[in-house]
Design a protein around this ligand. Structure first.
Ligand SMILES: [Ca+2]
Ligand SMILES: [Ca+2]
Ligand SMILES: [Ca+2]
Ligand SMILES: [Ca+2]
Length: 425
C-alpha cells in the first residue's frame, strides 16, 4: 500500500510538471540571432514609437549576399510547448530605404528541424508601418521541444533591401531586443590618435550639449593628408562577453570653417578588425551640434579581447578640416575626455630656509619636553594601566598583512586611550 501511495505521488508530481511545461520568455539571455550565419544581429534606431517607444531599436532584417537561400532573423523561446498550447505572435515592421522587402513569420521546431507553421508573405512599403500577426497551436509531437520564431526572407535577397522589426510580441508580451550591456569602464583617460602617438587635442569651446558648457571636447584633427587611416580612438577598459552589447553615442560639432567627415567604429584591437562602423558622418562648417549612434553585439570571437571606440576620418584628410567630439557615451556612461592633470606639489615656505642656531634648537627641545610632560605626565604607567591598555589594543584585532591593515571599527575614542599609555613608555 505504501509503495502504491509513493508511486501515486510521483505520478502526480510528473503530471503537475507536465502541466507547467509551456512556452516561456527567457529574460536572462539574449536569444536573437541570424538564420544564415553567426554574424551578430544589428539594431536600427530609426523606428517610430509604434507602441514600444520612439527610436528604442528595431532588429535589422538585411542580407549581405543573395546566398544562402534561407536568411533572416530568429528568436529562441524558453520552455517547451504542451499539447494544444497556442502561441500568438504580433510584429510591427517598417521599410528602411527605398526598396521593398518580403518576409514571412515561421514557428520552427529546432529539435525536430521542422517548420510547424508559417504566415502569408508580408511586403514592406516606404513610409508604412506594417502589423503582422501569426498564431499556431502546438500538437503532441512538439511537447518537450525547442521552439524558435523566425523571420524568413521571401524576396530575392538583394542586399539593398532592408526592414526593421520594431517589436515582437509573444502572446501579448514584448520581447526585449536589447542585449545585456558589457560593463566597460569609461573613467580612465585612454585617448590617443590613430595615426601617430601624439596626444589628442583637447579644446573647451564646446556648447553645453548635456555635459556642461565648455567642459571640453576632443578634436578629430590631422596634421597631414597621410597616412590614410587617421582619427582618434578611446581604448576601453573591460572585455566583451558573447552576446553582450556596446552602444556608443557621441555629440559632435564643427571646429573649423571647412566641413569634415568621419565614421564611428567598434574596433577589436586584439584581432585588428573593425567589428562595426557607422555610415559617414559629415559635419558642415559652423553647423549646429548633432548626435550619432552606433551599436554592436559581440560574438564569441571577441570574448576577452581589447576593444577600442574609433572616430576615423572619412574625408580627404586636409588638415583644415576639424570636427570636435563634445562627449562620447559608452553604454550610457560618459567617457572621460579631459586629460588628467599631473599633481605636482607646490611649496610655499613661511620659514626662512636657513640653518637653525644651537640656541633655537635648544628652545624647541625645551618646548617639546614641556608639552610632553603636560600631556603625558612624568610617571610611567602602572602594571594594571599597562594591562588595560594591552587589552584595549587586542580588542581592536589589528592585523597587518603585507601593506594591508585591518581591524575592528573605532566608534568611540575611549577605545584608543591605550595610545597615551604606549606613548608614555
Ligand atoms: Ca519603437
Ligand atoms: Ca523596438
Ligand atoms: Ca559640453
Ligand atoms: Ca564635453
Amino acid at each position: 500500500m505504501k509503495t502504491k501511495i509513493t508511486l501515486l505521488l510521483i505520478y502526480l508530481v510528473l503530471i503537475s510538471h507536465g502541466i507547467n511545461a509551456q512556452i516561456t520568455i527567457d529574460t536572462n539571455n539574449f536569444n536573437w540571432s541570424k538564420i544564415e550565419d553567426s554574424s551578430p544581429v544589428t539594431l536600427n534606431y530609426t523606428d517610430a514609437d509604434n507602441g514600444d517607444g520612439l527610436n528604442d531599436g528595431a532588429m535589422l532584417l538585411k542580407s549581405s549576399a543573395t546566398t544562402p537561400a534561407l536568411q533572416g532573423l530568429q528568436y529562441s523561446l524558453g520552455g517547451n510547448p504542451q499539447t494544444a498550447e497556442q502561441i500568438n505572435l504580433e510584429v510591427k515592421y517598417f521599410q528602411i530605404g527605398s526598396s521593398f522587402l518580403k518576409f514571412k513569420i515561421q514557428v520552427y521546431n529546432a529539435t525536430d528541424n521542422l517548420v510547424l507553421g508559417e504566415s502569408a508573405i508580408f511586403t514592406t512599403a516606404a513610409g508604412v508601418v506594417g502589423t503582422a500577426t501569426f498564431a499556431y497551436t502546438f500538437t503532441a509531437s512538439s511537447v518537450g521541444d525547442q521552439i524558435i520564431v523566425r523571420f524568413v526572407r521571401a524576396d530575392d535577397l538583394n542586399p539593398v533591401r532592408q526592414a526593421g522589426i520594431d517589436y515582437l510580441k509573444v502572446s501579448g508580451q514584448f520581447i526585449s531586443m536589447q542585449a545585456p550591456l558589457v560593463p566597460f569602464d569609461t573613467d580612465v583617460y585612454n585617448w590617443t590618435k590613430i595615426e601617430n602617438s601624439s596626444g589628442v587635442v583637447f579644446v573647451t569651446n564646446d556648447a553645453d550639449n548635456g555635459d556642461g558648457l565648455n567642459d571640453g571636447a576632443i578634436q578629430i584633427k590631422g596634421t597631414a593628408n597621410t597616412p590614410a587611416l587617421q582619427g582618434v580612438q578611446y581604448l576601453l577598459t573591460g572585455n566583451p562577453i558573447s552576446g553582450g552589447q556596446i552602444s556608443i553615442e557621441t555629440k559632435y560639432y564643427s571646429n573649423s570653417s571647412s566641413f569634415a567627415t568621419f565614421k564611428m567604429q567598434v574596433y577589436n584591437v586584439t584581432d585588428n578588425i573593425v567589428l562595426a562602423e557607422s555610415t559617414a558622418i559629415t559635419v558642415s562648417a559652423n553647423s549646429a551640434p548633432a548626435s550619432a549612434l552606433l551599436s554592436y553585439i559581440f560574438t564569441a570571437s571577441s570574448v576577452g579581447d581589447q576593444i577600442a571606440v574609433r572616430f576615423v576620418r572619412a574625408d580627404d584628410l586636409n588638415p583644415v578640416r576639424i570636427a570636435a567630439l563634445d562627449y562620447v557615451k559608452v553604454n550610457g556612461k560618459f567617457v572621460t575626455m579631459e586629460p588628467p592633470v599631473l599633481c605636482s606639489p607646490t611649496f610655499s615656505f613661511d620659514l626662512p630656509l636657513t640653518t637653525a642656531t644651537p640656541s633655537e634648537i635648544n628652545d624647541l627641545v625645551a618646548i617639546r619636553a614641556s608639552l610632553s610632560n603636560q600631556l603625558l605626565g612624568t610617571t610611567p604607567p602602572s602594571a594594571s594601566q599597562m594591562t588595560t591598555a594591552i587589552s584595549q589594543y587586542n580588542a581592536l584585532n589589528i592585523m597587518v598583512t603585507g601593506n594591508k591593515i585591518t581591524g575592528n571599527p573605532i566608534t568611540d575614542d575611549a577605545q584608543i586611550s591605550f595610545l597615551k599609555m604606549f606613548a608614555v613608555i
